[in-house]
Every structure is written in C-alpha cells, then in structure tokens.
Design a protein. Sequence first.
Length: 133
Amino acid sequence: MPFTHKNLRADLENLGSNFDGAPGLEFRAATEALELERSGLTFQRVPPDYRFPYGHTHRTQEEVYVVVGGSGRMAVDEEVVELRQWDAVRVPPGSWRGYESGPEGLELLVVGAPNLGENPREDVEGTRDWWAG
C-alpha cells in the first residue's frame, strides 16, 4: 500500500497515564502507526488549566507544535508565548519546552524531524516540573 491511514484518536493508544498527569491528559504517538520514515507525529490533549508535568529538549530533533483546539501558553527556554487555535511554534534542537492549557484545554499536533528511530529516548532529556512559576 503506498500510503497509511489512521485516526489519531480512535486508532492510537492513549499514553497519557505514562506521564503521571491529570485525568484527561492524552498523548497519542502516531509515528509507528503511520509508518513515518523521516518525521514523527503525536496528538496531545491537555485538560483545562493544567500544565504538562514534564519539560524536555532534543539533541537532534526539531519540533513544530500546532494548536488545533483550545488555548494556553508555551515556555521555550526563558520565553513564554500565548497560544491560540492554529498557532504554530517551531522549537529547535537544544531548546527546552513545556506547555499549559487555558480554561478550555489545549489540543496539539506535534511534528518532529528527523524520525528518532527505534530508540527515541536517546535523543531526549526531560525533567518533571521544569517550568516552575
């Protein structure tokens, strides 16, 4: 088959509970399900008025965060930006990032490149409560 078709919410396992997060936190990794070769994709839903508990950085992967629903804020290194629907934020390798939702929650598509292969944890460093205050 020359293409792959998946529904990001119905066909992918919700890994949100892996992040010790609030009920309603969704994290659905689509990279393997879509057989992506050069990039990565996740869908994330952060419940209302909640800060995602982990910040992270990548050694080689650039990411683009696209707000498909709701609103919130995102910290990239020392800067904080307001997010609204259809905003896109590019974060280069080496920058720390974290995000929080507004009163209606926050839904994101996160696109990363290059694909991190079979050992994606080798490229990422994360810490709980990175964005304090």
